[in-house]
Design a protein. Structure first.
Length: 216
């Protein structure tokens, strides 16, 4: 978008039936996501880590113009994210990688657990598998989470409900699947339920997530 009066975002084709919108500031992505979802209810609007993808069911030559117009209809730059949807996830910190993760982060296991619970986490995007949310620290990081890279050798199968951290992010595995993140705990929360057609995923992009110790 070259018009100096237009919202600060780059809009470009992504194939013949989707448009990628990249806000100049990543912090504006959540507000842009909400604006586009409301303005284009007949399209599928998905959040990326710092972008928004708008997809039509069929090739649509007018899609890019529609997205550009929608971007200019609301004062989304700088809009504060609504954090009213809070999801609390109980965790039993029994993951087999807890000790190794604590060592890599230069802290004790108890300090890692305390930091994980004290940290607010934001669902930056959904992907990889149905119900899989990529959680990033919201606000100041309690620990240097980015100091822990992914495992050099991914596991062939990670159990459903595993709570894991890696590369500055956290995730809860919605089903059994391969994975290369470090397992620090387990939750009995149902992260994805395919039988629930209305709301199959516990987490959606933009949610604020807090972890607490599970009680028996």
């Amino acid at each position: 978008m070259s018009d100096a009066s237009a919202p600060p975002a780059r809009v470009s084709w992504f194939g013949d039936r989707a448009v990628m919108v990249s806000p100049a500031l990543a912090v504006d992505r959540a507000a842009l996501l909400g604006l586009l979802a409301a303005a284009l209810p007949d399209r599928q609007v998905r959040a990326g880590m710092a972008t928004v993808l708008v997809e039509a069911a069929e090739p649509d030559p007018g899609l890019l113009d529609a997205v550009v117009h929608a971007c200019g209809t609301g004062a989304w730059p700088g809009v504060q994210i609504d954090t009213s949807r809070l999801v609390t996830v109980p965790v039993a910190y029994t993951g087999e990688d807890l000790g190794a993760a604590a060592g890599a982060l230069d802290c004790s296991e108890s300090a890692l657990i305390a930091a994980h619970q004290a940290q607010d986490w934001r669902v930056a995007m959904m992907g990889f598998a149905p119900g899989f949310g990529y959680l990033v620290p919201d606000g100041a990081s309690v620990l240097d989470w980015a100091a822990l890279p992914r495992r050099s050798t991914p596991r062939a199968a990670v159990p459903r409900g595993s709570v894991a951290i890696a590369a500055g992010m956290c995730a809860v595995y919605p089903s059994a699947m391969p994975g290369g993140w470090h397992l620090i705990g387990m939750t009995d929360a149902i992260i994805f339920d395919a039988a629930d057609e209305a709301h199959p995923s516990l987490l959606v992009a933009g949610d604020l997530v807090r972890f607490r110790g599970a009680t028996s």
